[in-house]
Ligand binder design. Structure first.
Ligand code: PLP
Length: 401
């Protein structure tokens, strides 16, 4: 059996070196816990970057996967397969107007489909000129060319041009800029209800409401990127349910299938109908195993897990805010960002890992936590105690070094 170091070294030789991979190899998980190749146990408070939504090796999801694995793994969309229909039915019974679903395999693909859908909607309605998509600084929508063009972080775009045109960036949360920018040639406003990768930024509710009003007034579309905020993460199935309105379309991925790769685009009928046969597709889209897993995740969310997320989110937020060296604590539900009072985040992440806690740094100052939605209060207590030790160690180190 290989240990952490051996596996890390093997990976260094053959894998692209495009990730800042940490030197531990994870072998096995159960609920909120994972074990590495040296046999060390961790509390997993990043959960595969918010993908392992109902805990590692969740028995219900596993049963769904095992059952489907006996039947059919893939057929493509040349034929009807039941698991994706079942999942779509479960998704749309939770929406007012977003009644149609397109499946793909990741967040960036869901956004790519959403961007194409928005452009094609206006095209099909005789408004070829309505191409401008308003996006926001520090947003993150993915790495393929279209969603990268919509991502307001120049560091990710540099050296990959030319990117698709027609994307314009505004300050997140600035209602006046939005008001000045939306007009009768706007295609869409594309926005994350909470900016996850920017460091868990929660806008004032009036900002998103204003985006809804302005897009409606000018005939533009409102597109929500709920790749990170969707599927229960904020304490509602969709973050838009914290409001009394829906976007015209929304993208989903990350936690949707509990750790299996799956993305989805939900849209209003009027939009969905412009994707005629041949306009857009994904060979693996709606894969039976991934959608069967996602159906099991949906069942858990509908059976009371959302209340649990709201309770645990409040407890976690309150405890995090009392930690030392904390300048601010923010987030919704079980998506939390801890803003430190110095450039300590990467050091805190490393110290926490040594102590047996997995969290993630966004930039130099923010530590992100996104534990499985099934996390218990006891586990939160344990994690916060470890994080406190990690912060103290990192701060002590920083003042010495
Ligand atoms: C992670 C993320 C994406 C990209 O998803 P991938 O599955 O990595 O392509 C897009 N948008 C948001 C808001 C995300 O958090």
């Amino acid at each position: 059996m290989s240990n952490n170091q051996q596996l890390y070294d093997r990976g260094q030789k053959v894998l692209f070196q495009n990730y800042r991979t940490q030197p531990i190899a994870l072998l096995r998980g159960e609920g909120t816990q994972v074990w590495d190749a040296d046999g060390k146990r961790y509390l997993d408070f990043i959960g595969g970057i918010a993908t392992v939504s109902v805990g590692h090796a969740n028995p219900r999801v596993r049963a769904a996967l095992e059952e489907q694995a006996k039947l059919l793994w893939h057929a493509s969309n040349l034929y009807v397969t039941e698991p994706q229909i079942r999942l779509a039915e479960k998704l749309v019974r939770n929406t007012k107007e977003l009644k149609r679903v397109f499946f793909c395999n990741s967040g960036t693909e869901a956004n790519e489909a959403m961007i194409k859908l928005a452009r094609h909607f206006h095209y099909a309605n005789g408004r070829k000129d309505r191409i401008e998509i308003l996006c926001f600084h520090n947003s993150f929508h993915g790495r393929t060319m279209g969603s990268l063009a919509a991502t307001g972080q120049p560091k990710y775009q540099t050296g990959f041009g030319p990117l698709p045109e027609g994307f314009r960036f505004l300050d997140y949360g600035d209602e006046q800029q939005l008001e000045a920018a939306v007009n009768s040639s706007t295609c869409a406003v594309l926005v994350e209800p909470v900016q996850g990768e920017a460091g868990v930024l929660v806008p004032k509710p009036s900002f998103l409401r204003r985006a809804r009003e302005l897009t409606r007034k000018h005939g533009a579309l409102l597109l929500f990127d709920e790749v990170q905020t969707g599927m229960g993460r904020t304490g509602k199935l969709f973050a838009h349910q914290h409001f009394d309105f829906e976007p015209d379309a929304t993208s989903l991925a990350k936690g949707i299938a509990g750790g299996m790769p799956l993305g989805a685009l939900l849209a209003r009928e009027e939009l969905a109908q412009v994707f005629k046969p041949g306009t857009h597709a994904s060979t693996f889209g709606g894969n039976p195993l991934a959608t069967a897993a996602a159906s099991a995740v949906m069942d858990l969310l509908e059976e009371g897990l959302l209340d649990h997320v709201r309770q645990m989110g409040e407890i976690l937020g309150a405890r995090l805010s009392r930690l030392p060296h904390v300048a601010a604590e923010r987030g919704m539900g079980l998506l939390r960002g801890l803003v430190l009072d110095g450039d300590l985040a990467p050091k805190v992440v490393a110290a926490a890992r040594d102590l047996g806690l997995l969290v993630n740094a966004i930039g130099e100052r923010v530590v992100r936590l996104a534990p499985p939605l099934t996390v218990s209060e006891v586990e939160i207590g344990e994690a916060v105690a470890l994080l406190q030790m990690a912060i103290e160690r990192a701060a002590a180190n920083a003042s010495v070094g």
